[in-house]
Design a protein around this ligand. Sequence first.
Ligand SMILES: [Zn+2]
Length: 109
Amino acid sequence: MQSKIHVKKNDQVKVIGGKDRGKIGKVLRIIPEKGRAIVEGINFKKKHTKANPAKGVQAGITQQESPIKTSALMIVCPECGKQTRVKHHHLDDGSKQRVCAKCGGTLDR
Ligand SMILES: [Zn+2]
């Protein structure tokens, strides 16, 4: 089952669960089919890289962000700077806009 995802790429989010609780980062990528997102600087995991001389890649260990469940993420409002829930505001032209539940500022820009 696919759950609805409240975060979008480039959103500023705060982690509210897991080992990175309290950290803030920017959403780099959403993986809708898994209900997860990659967030800048969050959930770093070591990754072993195989050498690929054709691409100039050396073997080694790199740190890379792993997907985190979007249910562990709260949006941080760019207007008021608080972690907030998202409200959907219906515009006259039928489109939807996400707004901050606290200050009413737009989250989509
Ligand atoms: Zn706000």
